[in-house]
Write a protein that binds this ligand. Sequence first.
Ligand code: MIC
Ligand code: SF4
Length: 640
Amino acid sequence: MKGTIVEQLLKNHLVCGELQPGEEIAIRIDQTLTQDATGTLAYLQFEALGIARVRTELSVSYVDHNTLQVGFENADDHRYLQSVAAKYGVVFSRPGNGICHQVHLERFGVPGKTLLGSDSHTPTAGGLGMFAVGAGGLDVAAAMAGQPFYLTAPRVVGVRLHGRLAPWVTAKDIILELLRRLSVKGGVGKVMEYLGPGVLTLTVPERATIANMGAELGATSSVFPSDARTREFLAAQGREEAWVELGADEDAEYEETLELDLAKIEPLVAQPHSPDAVVPVSELAGTPVHQVCIGSCTNSSLRDMMMVAAILRGHTVHPDVSLTISPGSRQVLWMLAANGALADLVAAGARILETACGPCIGMGQAPPSEGISLRSFNRNFRGRSGTPDAQVYLASPEVCAAAAISGQITDPRVLGAPPHIALPSRFDVDNSMFILPPEDGSNVQIVRGPNIKPLPEFEPLPDTLRLPVLLKVGDNITTDHIMPAGAKILPLRSNIPALSRHVFEQVDAGFVQRALDQGGGFIVGGDNYGQGSSREHAALAPRYLGVRAVLACSFARIHQANLVNFGILPLQIERATYDELNEGDVLEFDNIRQALLAGKILAGKNVSSGARIPAKPVLTDRQRKIILAGGMLNYIRELS
Ligand code: MIC
Ligand code: SF4
């Protein structure tokens, strides 16, 4: 990674380790962000660390996920988050202020700084030249406590952009094209660094769309240079003083390079049920659509919303379609209201939702049975929309708007010349929906509702595990499979006993009872186990049910770290071993502690079939100690 932007950013923040791909390094974290669905747990964990005030340059707590208040739970969580922010020195972004990634980009992102967020799309800020990474809440809590963040030094992929996008082709199509080429595991262990003359043709919100969906590649992060366009964006936000220039050295060396001619990209769509099932929109033209949802942290900027309004102007949404619009931030909504674009959206029959994640995480707006939903979002995993048999497609706001009018997937190029969107050089800036913490928070009382339960306690890892395989799943299992979200389950995020009742619910309704009856056990998975979100609940809730190890062919980065943080052993197995294992097999591992200390492969046995189970612990030296302690909180307590 010599001379790359990634190298410069990591070098400037390196606390320990060598910048060699594959080595464990630790970096200083300048800023953190949390959102409400992961934040309650993150702050409960921060409280458990016993630190009086956050030790970052800036920590922000957003409320954007759990905003449907069908019971007291979410509102109680919001109140808890507000009080805990005041007590510990965290800026609180009130519900209604917008989606964390969009708002952070607008108001707080600083080129050259590091950002750790308890949300997998935190790399959105890479569009501004930050080194921004998603992590579990416990890792973010540790960063708020001033501890460095540990990660595997990534391989840096240089993505060289040439030329300019054709009319109706957008930043979303650039990242969909990369997903088409590389797949949802193509970025694992890597950071995507964008370079080349094509970069200057993209504004910061467009770069942010690309960096955002780098998460779908499985990449640790995505980074853009900080250049004249970055300066322009910061100036428009009244923050030009935050600008610093950042670019790769002339002779920067990348582990891999990819060439992308922007002029050759066409409008694309990801088909159900994976963001990498990408085809040209022209192949799907004519497919009837029942719902169109525009927004999410991927595509909810002022430019995106104004483009949609301009396309819809003078039309009425097709009678068979329900169109929802969620602007990414209060700034975006306010500016749409002031410039008249909101009136165009309302006149066309769009259903205007609040500035929040909304349908992206199944917080309302579930599609009809077997409904086809076209969304400008980033994830279309089965069931995530709230309707198990819905078919969710992902595309640019332009493609979505065209379908909202015609009632079918439509190549927007048939609409003639695209509208010209003129953005103002100054945006309307108003910080009044942020609550700044008092200088001294020691007298602030933390408010806890009855749904906020104490953190479960776990014992250290035993030396022998003899337990059944509770479930065997395939490749690319997402955290949405493991720990579903949606309007009914998300309110339980701060109540692990209740939340754990929903583990693997959509995959196997009998899983929870089986885990309880058998006193715990193992999960067997294929490649890229745990891809998708950063929700540590996908580790904590299974651990609560007694899951002690996951045996998989490979793991997604954030989930692997979350498993370790909650004392679940991530064990890598060969495909042949995977093929031989069956649900119900009893597996035995002996002398685990000694083998872990010696860094050895575990020699497990399938008691049911007699076969050997060689299983390699996927752990760094530090993680070995954490897992032996039974999880990160135990480990920190041991140290202090
Ligand atoms: C998501 O998009 O899946 C989420 C909801 O934002 C998650 C976080 C969560 O589960 O709370 C993520 O991306 O990390
Ligand atoms: Fe929210 Fe969706 Fe973005 Fe996750 S992906 S942060 S749920 S808008």
